[in-house]
Ligand binder design. Structure first.
Ligand SMILES: Cc1cc2nc3c(=O)[nH]c(=O)nc-3n(C[C@H](O)[C@H](O)[C@H](O)COP(=O)(O)O)c2cc1C
Length: 242
């Protein structure tokens, strides 16, 4: 890629990134089905640990369900006025499904060298064990205790809480990619964590163990939508150079 293309890409990225704001009041304009599929398709390309993609996108198309979700999002205006709502659901079981799929792909591959096949099989099988055995609640008090002694161990994907945090953490990359994709299409969004997980999980019939890291409201900002001044900590404060 030449430097002119890079500069154009940078300008485009900046405008997409800066256009994405948390918008809490949407107008009546609908988002087409094709656009939602396009946005979800891009969100699929988000990075994830060992490429295990431990999440699903629940696109709420039913209007009665959508109204219920808005209610369960504490009646937030963003949810009430959203043209579309996507609930991001994370679950380590999805990661284990991905492992099964990836192992089958490796078996089928006629181009992957045997050495790479062995490496990926070993890695995936190891991770499957970590998620299956390491995710058991019995590890939770042990990890909690270890984290008290060594706080840097708090994010280990071990124990029933750690493994769910791991899945949720991965899912938020997809959530952000989804919002940036929407922004690239001129569609606004609002990520929300102000909701009742228990009520949402029941409504969506989520399996035990699934968690909802964030709900995303999508739409076009209304003319009167208040866009707050964007404040950020200084780069100096958040960048530590070693
Ligand atoms: C995980 C997460 C949860 C959030 N939850 C809510 C929410 O429940 N309601 C809301 O109005 N905004 C919510 N926001 C939006 C933030 O308030 C917003 O991103 C922040 O103030 C920065 O503004 P900006 O996104 O316009 O730059 C959430 C953002 C994130 C990342």
């Amino acid at each position: 890629m030449n430097s002119i293309t890079n500069e154009l890409n940078w300008d485009t990225f900046q405008s997409i990134n800066h256009q994405r704001r948390a918008i809490r009041d949407f107008c009546d304009k609908a988002i087409s089905e094709d656009e939602i599929y396009a946005i979800l398709t891009e969100a699929q390309f988000a990075p994830s640990s060992v490429n295990l993609q431990p999440y699903q996108f629940h696109w709420i198309r039913d209007s009665a369900k959508k109204a219920k979700i808005a209610e369960f999002c504490n009646g937030q205006k963003a949810a009430q006025t959203a043209a579309e709502i996507i609930v991001i659901v994370a679950n380590t079981d999805f990661a284990r499904d991905t492992i099964v799929e990836q192992l089958a792909n490796i078996d089928r591959s006629t181009t992957m060298p045997d050495k790479s096949k062995d490496y990926h099989r070993k890695n995936l099988t190891k991770f499957d064990k970590i998620l299956k055995i390491g995710g058991l609640p019995i590890w939770t008090p042990i990890v909690s205790l270890l984290s008290m002694l060594r706080p840097c161990l708090s994010l280990l994907p071990i124990g029933h809480l750690g493994s769910r945090h791991w899945a949720a953490r991965n899912a938020t990359f997809a959530a952000q990619t989804l919002m940036l994709s929407a922004s690239a299409k001129g569609i606004d969004s609002c990520p929300m964590e102000g909701f009742s997980s228990a009520k949402l999980s029941k409504l969506l019939n989520l399996p035990r163990g699934a968690v909802i890291p964030v709900v995303i409201a999508l739409g076009y900002r209304s003319e009167t939508a208040r866009v707050e001044e964007q404040s950020r900590r200084s780069l100096k404060t958040i960048t530590i150079e070693h």
